[in-house]
Design a protein around this ligand. Sequence first.
Ligand code: NAP
Length: 257
Amino acid sequence: MTQNTPQAPRFAGKTVLITGGGTGMGFSAAELFLAEGAKVVITGRNADRLKVASERLDGGDRLFAATADVAKPADLDRLLDEVGERFGKLDVVFANAGVGVFKRIQEFTEEDVDYVIDANFKGVFYTVQRSLPLLRDGASIIINASWTHHRGLAIGSLYAATKAAAANLAKTLASDLADRRIRVNAISPGYIDTDMFQESVPTPEEREDSARQSVLQRVGTPEEVAATVAFLASDAAAFVNGVDLLVDGGVVNAIPA
Ligand SMILES: NC(=O)c1ccc[n+]([C@@H]2O[C@H](COP(=O)([O-])OP(=O)(O)OC[C@H]3O[C@@H](n4cnc5c(N)ncnc54)[C@H](OP(=O)(O)O)[C@@H]3O)[C@@H](O)[C@H]2O)c1
C-alpha cells in the first residue's frame, strides 16, 4: 500500500528577489514563487506599477515591493538592507529587469546606448554583486537574457549585445561563485507576450510574423518563462550550472516547416 504524505510547497522557507517584478515575466515569476510557498521581493523603478502589482499578487507578509533602479548600486544597497531586515537571507535572485530600444545602428543616440547598457548589463552585474552578502551558500541566480543574442536581428544590435554580455555572466559567475556553491544560469526567452513585446512589436501583422518564427507558430507566455525560472531555482536543477537556456519555442534552433 502506498502512503500519500503531503509534500511541502517547493519553495517553502525560501526568499526570492525579482528585479522588474512588477510586470511581465518578473510578475509571473513572483506569482509562481508565492504560490509555491516562497517569500518574494519585487522591485522596479515605477512605484505606481509596483503598487498595482502588489495588489494583484496579494502576497500578504510574504511579499515586499520597493522601488530600485538596478543601474544604481546605491538603490540596490538600500533595497537589500530593507530585504535583510525584513526577510533575512536570500535563496534565489532572478535578475530579470531590462529595457529594449530597437533601431538601425545609424539611429541610436548616446542616450540610447547608455540607457540600455545601464539597465541590461550594469543592472544585472550590480544586482548579483550587491545581493552576494545576503545570498545563502547554495543559492541560485537566474539572469534574463534573450534569444536575440543567439541570432542576428537587424534592429537588435544594442539590445542583443547587452544580452550577450548579461548571459555571459552566467558562465563566469558560475565559476566565480562556485566556492559558495551558488549556481548561476541564464535564460534566453523568445518572443513572449509582455508589455515589452507589445511596445516593440506594435502591429498585429508584426506580431503574427513573430509567432511564425517559432516552429510552434505562437509567441510564448510569461507564465511559461516563470515555470523555467522556477525549475532553475529548484532542487531539480541542482546540477544545472552556467547554462543559457532557450525558452523560445524553437525560434533559434529550428526552422518552421
Ligand atoms: N518580451 C520579450 O519578448 C522578451 C524576450 C526576451 C527577453 N526579454 C527580457 O525579459 C525581461 C523582462 O521583460 P518583459 O518582457 O517581462 O517586459 P516588461 O514587462 O517591460 O518588464 C521589464 C521590467 O523591468 C523593469 N525595469 C526596467 N529597467 C529597470 C531598471 N533600470 N531598474 C529596475 N527595474 C527596471 C521594468 O519596471 P520599471 O519600468 O518600473 O522599472 C519592468 O517591470 C527583460 O530583461 C527583457 O529584456 C523579453
